[in-house]
Design a protein around this ligand. Sequence first.
Ligand SMILES: C[S@@+](CC[C@H](N)C(=O)[O-])C[C@H]1O[C@@H](n2cnc3c(N)ncnc32)[C@H](O)[C@@H]1O
Length: 199
Amino acid sequence: MTGRDPVTLDFYAAEAQAYAGRSRAAEHARIAAFAAALPAGGSVLELGCGGGQDSEALLARGFAVTPTDGSPELASQAARRLGRPVEVLLFEDLDESDAFDGVWANACLLHVPRQALSAIIGKVQAALKPSGVFYASFKAGTAEGRDRFGRYYNYPSSDWLHGAYGADCWRKLDIDEDMGGGYDGEPTRWLHVLAFKMP
Ligand SMILES: C[S@@+](CC[C@H](N)C(=O)[O-])C[C@H]1O[C@@H](n2cnc3c(N)ncnc32)[C@H](O)[C@@H]1O
């Protein structure tokens, strides 16, 4: 089962410069909560880093960050911002074991087809060290669909995410909800998931 959507990746390839350059502050409050759960100077893998704003904020906090994105075009935009190489990594190609204290995946796993999401979350869990922390955010909804740009979204509910993560496989799984926006300018209900691996 593929964890990527070609139409979505085509969108990011075509829009990379505009997308990376849009006015977007790093997710400071969420990053602060994530950072508080990590050891000082710990290792963080960022998935789907886009323009690299959150990696920049995590680096500024002293973490050893590995920024990645599945779009070569966005990886190159992020590399320009960060002044360091950014690996082109599709979620489905993540293949690490006990390697990171934290995994940060802001607004990117929402593009993973529903049938593939559990397997990709399993790869993230394997990539985390014991007691590692995993943040991801999703646009909330009830059924998968596409936005006006053609991008695929899994649009989960909180209950659906509990199932996809396998809540019992984590020491703790916190999901909270707020209102926000997106590149499409539409008011959006977001789900923020913080998962803590077993010790
Ligand atoms: C909505 S953007 C979010 C970017 C960034 N995390 C942020 O918050 O600004 C989604 C990102 O996920 C990346 N992406 C989409 N599908 C992917 C896949 N299958 N594997 C890896 N990255 C993917 C896109 O290239 C894009 O940079």
